[in-house]
Design a protein around this ligand. Structure first.
Ligand SMILES: NC(=O)c1ccc[n+]([C@@H]2O[C@H](COP(=O)([O-])OP(=O)(O)OC[C@H]3O[C@@H](n4cnc5c(N)ncnc54)[C@H](OP(=O)(O)O)[C@@H]3O)[C@@H](O)[C@H]2O)c1
Length: 303
């Protein structure tokens, strides 16, 4: 039997209307989902964004305060941490200095006396051949050593990634992929991830926990295409794009060489092993079944 006094996580890190929660990367896909969920719970949010035009966006999503600056700038980070109760730390996507930024964020949180450090990690950060996963494992390790009360969320690939192909799907009935169609991935709806983030930031009992966030069982890309077909009412077929062709296309569309290499590593891994997880933890955390792929497509595709 568990003695409740030994439940070290039994503190609420962010009361609605209390000291702010800092959300980094707030103008991005993940940041916006987290902010939406925090706003519905009345949590006071300070948002860190990179570009001035993102300040209006995050204020529109309910941020009380919007700071503009580079996440690598120590002074910006020290100012952002002042007076906050908790941080939801999202590292910019595929950043070459992910480990150094994570270490700096942890150090700044220690100096500012932050009461709860929630880290947006990734499913299976143990995978060394995907550098953006491996970097997150290193940051998790620093967090264990920091003495800070922490929670780690490890979401799998977002369902929202499919929307990047929405036009090809709707126009041509083709779902292009730079890995094999039989590769199985567990997916998650970002809205569920945002809700999970808001829960761990506002409800007691989540300190020192690490939660894998998956919304589906592992689905092959053939199954994904079938689910899309059913929802949009037209045939959709997955189509494998040669990785060299994908790299050339990505280069022409302006993606940097580091990001192209990282994504290539990821696609090679998906091709060989997929990315498989289990939806039980997210269901428990949300107190309901996570959003399934059909519900997501029905809600998100503009047919
Ligand atoms: N996509 C997935 O399926 C998935 C799954 C699990 C975990 N994740 C993780 O989630 C995190 C966020 O991903 P995302 O998809 O939300 O990325 P995103 O939409 O690109 O958002 C990242 C945000 O960070 C900002 N940013 C970039 N460089 C910055 C800098 N130097 N200083 C301050 N802000 C900066 C970006 O601003 P700009 O708009 O100016 O670039 C953007 O608003 C990543 O760590 C990723 O590994 C993603």
């Amino acid at each position: 039997m568990i003695d409740p006094s030994e439940n070290a996580g039994a503190v609420s890190s962010a009361r609605p209307g209390g000291s702010p929660v800092l959300v980094t990367g707030a103008g991005g896909k993940t940041g916006q989902a987290v902010m939406r969920a925090l706003a519905t719970r009345g949590v006071t949010v300070r948002a860190l964004v990179r570009r001035p035009e993102q300040a209006a966006l995050v204020r529109g999503l309910g941020a009380a305060d919007a700071l503009i600056g580079d996440i690598q700038d120590r002074k910006t980070i020290a100012a952002a941490m002042q007076g906050i109760r908790a941080i939801y730390y999202i590292c910019p996507n595929m950043h070459p200095h992910e480990i150094a930024i994570g270490e700096m964020m942890i150090e700044a949180a220690q100096q500012a006396g932050v009461k709860h450090f929630v880290y947006h990690s990734v499913l299976h950060p143990q995978i060394e051949s995907m550098p953006h996963h491996w970097a997150k494992l290193r940051v998790e390790e620093r967090l264990f050593e920091s003495g800070l009360p922490f929670t780690i969320l490890q979401p799998t690939a977002y369902m929202q990634n499919i929307l990047a192909q929405q036009q090809r799907i709707l126009q041509d009935g083709v779902y292009p992929l730079p890995y094999r169609t039989g590769a199985r991935l567990s997916l998650v709806d970002l809205a569920d991830v945002g809700e999970a983030a808001a829960i761990v930031l506002t409800q007691p009992g989540h300190c020192y926990a690490t939660y894998e966030l998956c919304g589906t069982r592992p689905l092959s890309q053939d199954e994904v295409a079938t689910a899309i077909s059913k929802q949009i009412g037209r045939d959709v077929h997955p189509q494998v794009v040669d990785l060299a062709d994908w790299r050339e296309q990505a280069r022409r569309s302006g993606l940097g060489p580091y990001q192209i290499d990282i994504l290539s590593c990821m696609f090679r891994y998906y091709d060989a092993f997929g990315l498989v997880g289990n939806a039980n933890v997210l269901g428990w955390l949300l107190g309901r079944s996570p959003t399934n792929l059909s519900e997501f497509i029905h809600r998100s595709f503009i047919v």
